[in-house]
Ligand binder design. Structure first.
Ligand code: ZN
Length: 340
């Protein structure tokens, strides 16, 4: 099969990879219908995360089940399914508590490489959600978003306790931040402040329900959020970047007693202990347990209640994956879908 392999910084190749097969009785093998490039893939593409050996890439996927192991019960050959970036059993205590991305049996899907024609999914019954019906092209994009960026933005909004009567600020205007805006509004937030300096992303944030746009960053951004919230700061802040500046901007934009939901993959972030102590804010985040939200998100997408697929502003065939990475790296595209 054809699949994306990252050989080093800025060196994306589409090459022959071995066809995956059922290895464990709980596995399924999918023929993928759509995949995409993640903002988090850029950490290794840019060389921020070292690439020590040629690595298969991709952890977002919608596909049709082609084979199942003997112990798979809930998904069948021919089903259209969505999963997320960790395979999980969905039965252990951690999963049952809603933290499937930290399942005691978790398997990172990125290591298996979902930017490929086929994908082996471990723990298929726990990981995959069956899509009812036949999605339209827009719904397919929404399902692909649900696989990671929508699920992650949704978790961030839940972790930040977005809800009725709340003002939510969102740090980061990538796909996750933008979908965090959508999630915050769906969860009932009254006011959503999107922090973005890019006109196209501001427009999408507005479409997803942002009520205010703040273009300043760092301390100036914090000052603007405080100005908009009577000097107090937001009740809820989503951090969807993963840098020191973004994390501190998020904490400082939150009012005492408020909540920060952080989902940007942390790179070199160090939080000063005394400042955190004095802030009185709640911090909750980490790798989003997308599986917790996936059934609801699939349902919202298939009923056209949300248009999460609008984050995909470029679609390319798998063979042109290198262009997809470059477009996202250079911020010419917010999110690129790969088709087969
Ligand atoms: Zn589990």
């Amino acid at each position: 099969m054809r699949g994306v392999v990252l050989h080093g910084s800025h060196d994306v190749r589409v090459e022959e990879r071995p066809d995956p097969v059922v290895e464990q009785p709980t596995d399924a093998v999918l023929r993928l219908v759509a995949s995409c490039v993640c903002g988090s893939d850029l950490w290794s593409y840019r060389g921020t995360d070292a690439v020590r050996r040629p690595s298969p890439m991709g952890h977002e996927y919608v596909g049709v089940v082609e084979q199942v192991g003997d112990d798979v019960r809930d998904v069948r050959v021919g089903d259209l399914v969505v999963g997320s970036f960790f395979a999980s059993d969905n039965t252990c205590e951690i999963c049952l508590a809603g933290y499937q991305s930290r399942c005691v049996h978790k398997v990172p899907m990125g290591a298996l490489g979902a930017q490929a024609e086929r994908l082996r999914v471990p723990l298929a019954d726990g990981t995959l959600v069956v899509v009812p019906g036949d999605p339209t092209p827009a719904q397919l994009k929404g399902l692909l978003a649900a696989s990671d960026v929508l699920g992650t933005g949704w978790f961030a909004a839940v972790a930040a306790e977005a809800g009725p009567g709340r003002t939510v600020a969102v740090v980061g205007d990538g796909a996750v931040g933008l979908l965090g805006v959508l999630a915050a509004r769906r969860l009932g937030a009254e006011r959503v402040i999107a922090m973005s300096r890019h006109a196209d992303r501001q427009a999408l944030a507005r479409r997803f329900g942002a009520t205010d746009i703040v273009t300043e960053r760092g301390d100036e951004g914090v000052a603007r959020v405080k100005e908009l919230t009577g000097g107090l700061g937001a009740h809820s802040v989503i951090e969807a970047v993963g840098t020191q500046e973004a994390m501190m901007q998020a904490i400082r934009s939150t009012r005492p007693g408020g909540h920060v939901g952080f989902v940007g993959v942390s790179h070199g972030v160090e939080i000063p202990g005394l400042e955190l102590f004095a802030s009185g804010v709640h911090l909750h985040g980490g790798p989003a347990p997308v599986r917790r939200f996936l059934p609801e998100l699939v349902d919202l997408v298939m009923r056209d209640e949300i248009d999460a697929g609008a984050v995909f502003d470029l679609t390319l065939p798998l063979e042109r994956a290198a262009e997809a990475y470059a477009a996202m790296d250079e911020r010419r595209a917010t999110k690129v879908m790969l088709t087969f």
